[in-house]
Design a protein around this ligand. Structure first.
Ligand code: T5A
Length: 212
């Protein structure tokens, strides 16, 4: 079986980490090998870059610097870990990938064409097989976050724009990107996620749960 690359996207507090944790356990219980990464991060260099990006003290970080740092963290992850993971695992799950850059820096921060070009260049030809957007209103998502970081602290208009950006992107790439209504309790969202996954990768249904 060729490795399947699944990415999760959505606004702050949309539940990505919780759903990824559920999905990892589910797939492992069916006997698949799974690795989970997060963006920015999952490498020593990427985690340092993440600290810079999310640190509220960095008030003067420019839009272009922000873009370059996200791209740098991604290239590091791809070269150091992701490429190798395609040879080892059945599933790679990534908490955010290039759609975040398209929506956050490209659409909401208004860097548009430069982002599209650079995202393509620095994703080194890797595109997810499936991207699940957990869709919540900005207000609901932000309500769930206790200590807001530099990006989460941006005005609500920025977050409303992100939602618009994700929905537009899902319309543009309907085969790859599926939107899951995440304005529900987590158990319900887990069910919706499992359904979306099985619809895309029908072979998952054929495997029974090996353990809980
Ligand atoms: N970014 C990232 C860019 O701008 N450009 C890029 O190219 C990339 C890759 C990353 C930041 O960087 C930005 C986007 C982000 O701002 P992050 O901390 O990873 O920073 O931010 P998020 O990915 O948004 O992670 P969060 O932790 O904020 O949100 P999650 O993972 O979506 O949500 P989760 O599961 O941690 O849940 C948050 C809380 O809400 C509760 C959970 O229990 C938890 O307490 N919760 C729910 N409660 C009730 N009902 C539900 N349905 C719930 N779902 C979750």
């Amino acid at each position: 079986m060729r490795t399947k690359f699944i990415t999760f996207e959505g606004l702050e507090g949309s539940g990505k980490s919780s759903v990824i944790n559920f999905l990892e356990k589910l797939l492992k219980a069916k006997g698949f090998s799974v690795v989970v990464f997060r963006e920015p991060g999952s490498t020593a260099v990427g985690e340092k870059i993440r600290q810079i990006l999310l640190d509220k003290a960095n008030k003067k970080l420019s839009r272009h610097t922000e873009l370059l740092l996200y791209l740098a963290a991604r290239t590091q992850l791809i070269e150091e870990k992701l490429m190798g993971a395609f040879k080892k695992y059945d599933f790679i799950i990534c908490d955010r990938f290039f759609d975040s850059t398209l929506v956050y820096q490209g659409y909401a921060l208004g860097l548009g064409a430069i982002v599209e070009k650079s995202v393509q260049m620095f994703s080194l030809g890797i595109t997810p097989d499936l991207t699940l957007v957990l869709d919540v209103s900005a207000r609901e998502g932000l309500k769930r976050i206790k200590n807001k970081d530099r990006i989460e602290s941006r005005p609500i208009d920025f977050h409303n724009k992100l939602r618009k950006g994700y929905l537009a992107l899902a319309k543009k790439y309907p085969d790859r990107i599926k939107v899951i209504n995440a304005q529900a309790n987590l158990e319900e969202i887990y069910k919706r996620t499992e359904k979306a996954l099985v619809n895309k990768f029908k072979f998952i249904r054929l495997r029974p749960l090996l353990r809980h």
